[in-house]
Design a protein around this ligand. Structure first.
Ligand code: FRU
Length: 508
């Protein structure tokens, strides 16, 4: 049966014009959720994703496939993995097996191995608990066509109802593969020499972080602190519900890994004691994100992408031809701040600016109360970087709007030291009563003297990176009419120290 709800728009082209993002990946048609199996090989970044090709709501899961060379142009390919008698193909990861540790290579080409969860809907229906197992598939043509391994599942279910979303990483120090996967309220760690035989190591998460829902889609990687010297391990752990603003969200943990157990850093523990959980993104629409494998050492970046939606309303958002978009790919880095300890920063990949046209640059600092950052001609998408100074006793409101009454507002209330986003007047909000429109507020730890923002807007999404990516907010919205103006209003005069505005080109 085709599970589709009907379009409110008169035609597909109207929906595309108003809502189809220009540089963010969306499938040409039908339903998409989590990013899966991302790897880099020979100049190409591969992205797979949870995909239901027969409907615009969630259904039997496949892995869709797209590639990019620059994170801006995306090319969609044939479906990579189809459900089979072991079940639907849920989320997972992929790695490049250079040394053919799996033995699945043919001696001529480098095998790429996908590790994913099989979800058996029959077992689930019959009330059995052990309906999720881990399977693998391999590709001998750099990820375009795949064969499932005959001995699947490689990791049977150990008696856990939720047992899914394996992320495999190479453990350089111990010359073997590590797998993290999520169960109801924990991350499980496994190790393997050949990607086929897995040994259980440990579990993580008891009494740590947020536990308001099911843990899903973990990722685990090492980063150098401040780009030099000391290395720490980072665990990303999505959770739904129980996110920071209702529904889905991704928390993270920083610590050390001794080859068996992941132990939280003592300074990071203090942050947890204070805030309960630390989130990768404090907006409502960045979920199940993970990072690319095999990014070359010369590049050295840890690159992330998330699903730009929230399970609370993902299947109701008012696009009908397709449903679901990814975030802008982001570079993650680890910073140590004296007063607080380690923190994970995210910024848009540099390719975004490299592929956008600079349309305005402020030549010298400006004292003002209001400023038009862009007008009509830049409609549909804009990105800008702005630095503000003299922030005391003032409220700075940015507004992305049209002259028909739609406006998305965000900014900083420096009186209460609160960052805010308000999508309540940004257009169509009544497609789901779960589409939360209360003003989102986020209290900054300390008074800020200056504020730097990098903002990316692409028709239906806003991604705000505050102070070099220290705080991130990702939200989706659905204007009734094309948005045309970006402006800044302040209660009192302020100094705009610098501003660069870019036009996002359309690539769809
Ligand atoms: C997260 C998730 C995963 C699962 C997939 C199913 O959004 O629930 O845990 O593998 O989606 O599509």
């Amino acid at each position: 049966m085709l599970k589709s709800s009907k379009s409110l728009h008169n035609n597909i082209s109207e929906e595309n014009t108003l809502y189809r993002p220009q540089i963010h990946f969306t499938p040409k048609s039908k339903w998409m959720n989590d990013p899966n199996g991302m790897f880099y090989l020979n100049g190409t970044y591969h992205l797979f994703y949870q995909y239901y090709p027969d409907g615009n709501v969630w259904g039997p899961m496949h892995w869709g496939h797209a590639t990019t060379n620059d994170f801006i142009h995306w090319e969609e390919h044939d479906i990579a993995l189809f459900p089979d008698e072991l079940g639907y193909i849920f989320s997972g990861s992929a790695i490049v097996d250079y040394h053919n540790t799996s033995g699945l290579g043919d001696g001529n080409t480098i095998p790429v191995i996908a590790i994913f969860t099989y979800h058996d809907p029959e077992k689930e229906k019959n009330g059995e608990e052990e309906y999720q197992t881990q399977g693998i598939a391999f590709s001998l043509d750099e990820g375009f066509t795949w064969k499932k391994y005959e001995g699947n599942p490689v990791l049977p279910n150990p008696g856990l109802k939720d047992f899914r979303d394996p992320k495999v990483v190479w453990d350089e120090e111990r010359n073997s593969w590590l797998m993290v996967l999520s169960t109801y309220a924990k991350t499980l760690f496994y190790r393997s020499k050949n990607l086929i035989d897995w040994k259980y190591l440990s579990s993580f998460g008891k009494d740590l972080g947020a536990h308001g829902g099911v843990w899903e889609c973990p990722d685990f990687f090492q980063l150098q602190v401040n780009g030099i010297g000391e290395k720490k391990w980072v665990l990303l752990q999505s959770i739904n519900p129980g996110g920071p603003n209702g529904g889905s969200g991704t928390q993270y943990f920083i610590g050390d890994f001794d080859g068996v157990e992941f132990v939280i850093d003592s300074e990071f523990q203090k942050q947890l004691d204070r805030y309960g959980a630390i989130w990768l993104d404090y907006g409502r629409d960045n979920y199940a994100g993970v990072t690319w494998s095999n990014v070359p050492e010369e590049d050295g970046r840890r690159l992330f992408i998330g699903w730009m939606s929230n399970w609370n309303y993902a299947d109701k958002v008012p696009t009908y031809q397709w449903r679901g978009a990814m975030t802008i790919p982001r570079e993650l880095s680890l910073k140590r701040v004296e007063s607080k300890g380690y923190s994970l920063q995210s910024l848009p990949v540099k390719e975004l600016i490299d592929n956008s046209d600079l349309i305005y640059e402020l030549n010298e600092p400006l004292r003002t109360k209001t400023f038009d950052i862009s007008k009509d001609e830049f409609a549909d998408g804009i990105s800008f970087k702005i630095e503000l100074e003299d922030l005391s006793d003032n409220v700075y409101t940015f507004s992305w709007s049209n002259n028909k009454g739609d406006s998305l507002e965000f900014g900083l209330d420096a009186i209460s030291n609160t960052f805010f986003i308000d999508r309540s007047k940004a257009g169509n909000t009544n497609f789901s009563n779960q589409f939360l429109i209360e003003k989102l507020t986020y209290k900054l730890e300390k008074e800020v003297q200056g504020l730097s923002l990098e903002v990316v807007i692409d028709k239906t999404s806003i991604e705000i990176f505050v102070n070099e990516g220290e705080h991130v907010f990702t939200e989706i919205f659905f204007p009734k009419y094309k948005m045309t103006n970006m402006s800044l209003f302040a209660k009192k005069e302020l100094t705009i120290k610098s501003l660069k505005t870019y036009k996002i080109k359309s690539y769809v």
